[in-house]
Design a protein around this ligand. Sequence first.
Ligand SMILES: [Zn+2]
Ligand SMILES: [Zn+2]
Length: 154
Amino acid sequence: MATGSCVCGKATYTLKGQPLARSAQAICHCHDCRRLTGSAFTYSLQVRKEDFALFDNSGSTDSATPLLRETKFTHISGVTMKFSACGDCGTRLYKQVESPEHEPFLLVQAGTIIDRGGDKDGQGVQVKPDMELWTKHRASWIPAIDGVVQKQEF
Ligand SMILES: [Zn+2]
Ligand SMILES: [Zn+2]
């Protein structure tokens, strides 16, 4: 089992299962994911919803701010995605794709996963991706990851 949290520590979660993800670990280089993360790409681990448990670590009973804020956007691939971010610090913890085939899954932002010992180096990003998406929008200084499926779009 692994744990994860937002940067302020209010929204924490546990992830059952080992390894963390078996089916899909994807980096997306598209413009939408770039804006979403404020970085060069996003890295998501697909996990089953029943393996994910969210906790409020603030110790506060003040309900003025929701634990998570949810925002929808249309991804370049045409699907509607909903991302869930800490209500206080805004760290995006996971996304959901609104389609029947994706119903059972969450796309957890890999960088929010830390290991059981609280290692801030992050267990999540140590999981090697199995595909890179929208590589035609990849920043020119980022090389393709060796042995990882490359998709121009998705
Ligand atoms: Zn937070
Ligand atoms: Zn994307």
